[in-house]
Design a protein around this ligand. Structure first.
Ligand code: TXA
Ligand code: MG
Length: 320
């Protein structure tokens, strides 16, 4: 099917209240007309997502945000000017009309303009804003290819739009403007340093022990296989002997443990490349039936912050 024809069909499905998986530059989303409560309800059902976890509304033009929010603070406008279209979500005080189902009853709504031609065209042709979470079962790693979506949700969605592998590979950065000062709720595709270079210091409310964004549950983005981030040489010799273990390495691993499989995120140690490979690499490791995945830490600068956030959440409930 031609791309244009696929987008047209997908848009038709959205208009009729269906749900469509579509590519963005961050991860694949599972979208519905943001003003159709039945369609939005189906997203929660298919993802098995708790209804207290609100969705992001995706727009194709900056000015469409005015349809959902009461006002846009100057600092939010600055961020939108600088990073939209792109991997930035802003949380703003919502208008009455925005569905409660979308915002999980919160007085705020999360909005984003994605930087992907297929996503933008889908929103435009559908003629409505698209509410969409990542297109994965709740709690699992987000999909960065259409194949990932097909594997897990293929028979439950009405259409999957192809758009190749996602360039960023990590979900958007979420900055809330609900209060007096901006707050970072989720590190993501736009590094904190870049946000702060535009609006100055931002408070960081990313806490693994506490829920900051409703959906930022401590255990999230997790494969079935347990992940361990830090390990001691001693443990490796004793506890891990005879176990099937995979390694998620940042650069070339120096380790000589007999890993069943090694995934290297970026040979040259580039955090951008590492981010774009992260979720695919975790999925490949998860498909091997391993006893454990050992993950190396990456430097916590730039996108490394978001990578470590996802790794920590993926590894959070490891048995001691
Ligand atoms: O890159 C992305 O953001 C991708 C693509 C598809 O756009 N979407 C995505 O959606 O990651 P989802 O639903 O997997 O994550 C959205 C996060 C959740 O943690 C949710 O709790 C938070 O955004 N969120 C949504 N609305 C919010 C609000 N009003 N206040 C605070 N957090 C909110
Ligand atoms: Mg998600």
């Amino acid at each position: 099917m031609m791309k244009e024809e696929a987008i047209r069909q997908a848009a038709e499905i959205i208009r009729k209240g269906g749900i469509v998986a579509f590519p963005t530059e961050t991860v694949y989303g599972l979208g519905a007309d943001a003003f159709n409560s039945m369609a939005v309800a189906r997203i929660f059902e298919v993802k098995q997502r708790p209804t207290f976890d609100p969705l992001i509304v995706h727009v194709a033009r900056k000015r469409d945000v005015e349809k959902f929010v009461r006002e846009i603070p100057a600092q939010a406008i600055k961020l939108m000017e600088r990073f939209w279209p792109g991997p930035l979500t802003v949380v703003l005080n919502k208008r009455e009309e925005v569905l409660e189902m979308v915002t999980a009853g919160l007085p705020t709504v999360a909005v984003r303009m994605p930087n992907h031609p297929v996503a933008l065209e889908l929103i435009q042709v559908s003629g409505c804003p698209i509410a969409a979470p990542s297109a994965n079962p709740f709690g699992y790693v987000s999909p960065t290819t259409a194949e990932h979506v097909r594997d897990q949700l293929g028979d439950q969605v009405d259409f999957i739009l192809e758009g190749g592998p996602c360039e960023v590979g990590l979900e958007s950065t979420i900055v809330s403007f609900a209060g007096e000062r901006p707050v970072l709720l989720r590190p993501g595709g736009v590094p904190l340093e870049e946000i702060e270079s535009v609006i100055g210091t931002v408070e960081v409310h990313v806490n693994l022990e506490k829920i900051s964004a409703p959906g930022m549950l401590p255990k999230h983005y997790a494969p079935r296989t347990p992940i361990l981030i830090k390990w001691l040489e001693k443990e490796k010799a004793e506890i891990f002997r005879g176990k099937k273990i995979g390694l998620l390495a940042f650069q070339k691993p120096t380790d000589r443990f007999p890993f069943v499989h090694v995934e290297i995120l970026s040979q040259k140690g580039d955090l951008r490349e590492a981010a774009s490979n992260l979720f695919s690499a975790i999925r490949r490791l998860d498909a091997l039936g391993l006893d454990l995945i050992l993950a190396e830490s990456v430097p916590e600068i730039g996108l490394g912050r978001a990578i470590m956030d996802r790794l920590r959440r993926a590894s959070h409930t490891l048995p001691q």
